[in-house]
Design a binder for this molecule. Structure first.
Ligand code: G3H
Ligand code: 13P
Ligand code: ZN
Ligand code: NA
Length: 283
């Protein structure tokens, strides 16, 4: 069933587990995510970036994902990932998204607050919940100095002010993860996470989680992360399977014979993540 992100994350926050937020740009990955969540009896986020919207369009994404969500017996939030403007958010609200992120993390604190306030007001008016981001991701290199960390990572005092002034429902923070594949092994700033969670006492979001080791993910959950974004590992599961099939059968041209197995491989990856995050059996 289609629900808001807040409905899912309030329970995760209360009970100390995390829910996977998986990106898709097509029907097959959406199906893989839903089938995995159904089998694991897990709540789930299916999310689309602005890039996904440029690729597939609001209507197609909405038709596919709301169909998947309505068929599912588990709670599904249909989420806008890294929303780039008020206009994009408005289009999502009109087209059936049940959760939106406004990403003002590149703005000054005050500008980020103003933009997020505006989005929260519009989204809450129609019963949709909101994620915002504070601090900058990146830092795929191993050695980040203390000064660089203070400049990039989420500042706990700013986080308090941001949440008080925006009334946002869940907050994405920067503690050392990066989008895409890591060059080295990411080291997360757990002390910062602990301080922020204890002070805010609300659902916290971790971006860039593909490629983070399982122990770090478990520790981040134990310290209060409740929504974990995974895109890159699903893209790899999909594409690696297709490469493998084409290597074995270079003459294959029936789409179903390689996209079908790619969908199965994505489903297996989503099941692995759901178990790691501890949301299995929570639906
Ligand atoms: O935000 C994270 C995504 O992995 C980037 O996705 O290429 O659809 O913008 P995109
Ligand atoms: P990854 O690139 O690490 O999968 O991060 C995905 C993400 O944060 C989407 O918002
Ligand atoms: Zn992200
Ligand atoms: Na990553």
């Amino acid at each position: 069933m289609l629900v808001t992100g807040k409905q899912i994350l309030d329970d995760a926050h209360k009970n100390g587990y995390a829910v996977g937020a998986f990106n898709t740009v097509n029907m097959e990955v959406a199906q893989a995510i839903i089938e995995a969540a159904e089998e694991e009896k897990s709540p789930v986020f299916i999310q689309t970036t602005c890039g996904a919207i440029s690729y597939a369009g609001y209507e197609y994404l909405s038709a596919v994902i709301t169909t998947a969500a309505n068929k599912a017996s588990v709670p599904v939030a249909f989420h806008l990932d890294h929303g780039d403007s008020f206009k994009t958010v408005m289009n999502c609200l009109k087209n059936g998204w049940s959760s939106v992120m406004i990403d003002g993390s590149h703005l000054s604190l005050d500008e980020n607050i103003v933009l997020t306030q505006k989005v929260v007001e519009a989204a809450h008016d129609v019963g949709v919940s909101v994620e915002a981001e504070l601090g900058r991701l990146g830092g795929i290199e191993d050695n980040i100095s203390v000064d660089e960390k203070d400049a990039m990572y989420t500042d706990p005092t700013e986080a308090r002010k941001f949440v008080d002034e925006t009334n946002v429902d869940y907050l994405a923070i920067a503690i050392g993860t990066a989008h895409g594949k890591y060059k080295g092994i990411p080291k997360l700033d757990f002390d910062r996470l602990d301080t922020i969670k204890k002070d805010l006492n609300m659902p916290i979001v971790l971006h860039g989680a593909s490629g983070v080791d399982n122990d770090s993910i478990k520790k981040a959950i134990s310290l209060g992360v409740n929504k974990i974004n995974i895109d890159t590992e699903l893209r790899c599961a999909y594409t690696d399977k297709i490469r493998e099939i084409f290597a074995e059968k270079p003459d294959l041209f029936d789409l179903r014979k390689y996209i079908g197995p790619a969908r199965e491989n994505v489903k297996a990856k989503v099941i692995e993540k759901i178990r790691l995050f501890g949301s299995n059996g929570k639906a």
